[in-house]
Write a protein that binds this ligand. Sequence first.
Ligand code: PMP
Length: 380
Amino acid sequence: MERIYLDHAATSPTHPQVVEHMIPYMMEMFGNPSSIHFYGRQARHAVDEARRACASSIGATPNEIIFTSGGTEADNLALLGVARANKARGNHIITTAIEHHAILNTCKMLEHEGFEITYLPVDETGRVNVQDVQEALTEKTILVSIMYGNNEVGTVQPIEEIGALLREHRAYFHTDAVQAYGIVEIDVKKLGIDLLSVSSHKINGPKGVGFLYAAKHVAFAPLLIGGEQERKRRAGTENVPGIVGFHQAILLAEAAREQKNQQYRLFKDIMISVFVNEGIEFEVNGGENSLSHVFNVSFTGMHIESFLVNMDLAGIAVSSGSACTAGSIDPSHVLVAMFGKSSDKIRSSVRFSFGLGNTKEQVEKAAYETVKIVKRLAQN
Ligand code: PMP
């Protein structure tokens, strides 16, 4: 059976070119970057080169990049690090109701540490209102954390406007760009972003590596305590092969960005035209400006659990378009924030997410299979 993978927003396959670059750093170039000798220098050089590539991909300088174990650690470091180092300046943080759990659960933890968190609502397309951000700001606000692009519906937030607003305020601006990075062109200085999280495994890089960009002027406390790696901001021997692979993945993502965006938009058009021609009822969630690789659709009267099992049996890997599992609806979920808890669209939403290697034929096949299953489930 030919399997079709349409769940790239969850994770993506490591590109062969990435693997090829990583292998020597597990075998002959295995040194610890902190060692003075030849082996150490080789590893340090590779980490420095990667740091330069990370920085230049977002318009930052290399000493503003801290390698982490992925998006979760980058988000944790941004929130906990800034909160703990700036407590004397204020105890208020602004975020949204639709952030990834790496942010939301960290905020819950900070509430226990005495911080006040404002969770901003979103509209029916999943966007926050810039005026709401402005109105929530107080003298005690030390950080605003708003994701760049949503992982489930793909909605892109008004990052430039929020960045411009925060230039006039002393609060730092953090954005989780785990989904947007590699799809949207990002220039942190132009956009007024002080902290930004990225993960390697979403862009055909290896798992377990990512980075946090933290502008020079940002004061934050480290999470990992130990030696003086990552310029005293994160202890522990760097994941050198992972960082080398991440570097390659960044180069690949940058070279392919425009082509990917065009292709993924075409994939969405193909799916929509199949659904329309076959006469099934559906609604696309997330609005016009969604990230190109994320396509979230609700099918009227369909139950997501049965749908996912049927798709898997047909060899097609997709995800539920909402964080709800049988019987429970996660109240922090983006579709709940968009449509309200009782909306039918929540239980019937599917997330298709595209990546390198997907073809028009695969997408067409997945669309026809979707139609078949939706129709079959509707009869039962
Ligand atoms: N933020 C967002 C928006 C994500 O989609 C993810 C991955 N699901 C993360 C953070 C966490 O990244 P990682 O898996 O690298 O920890």
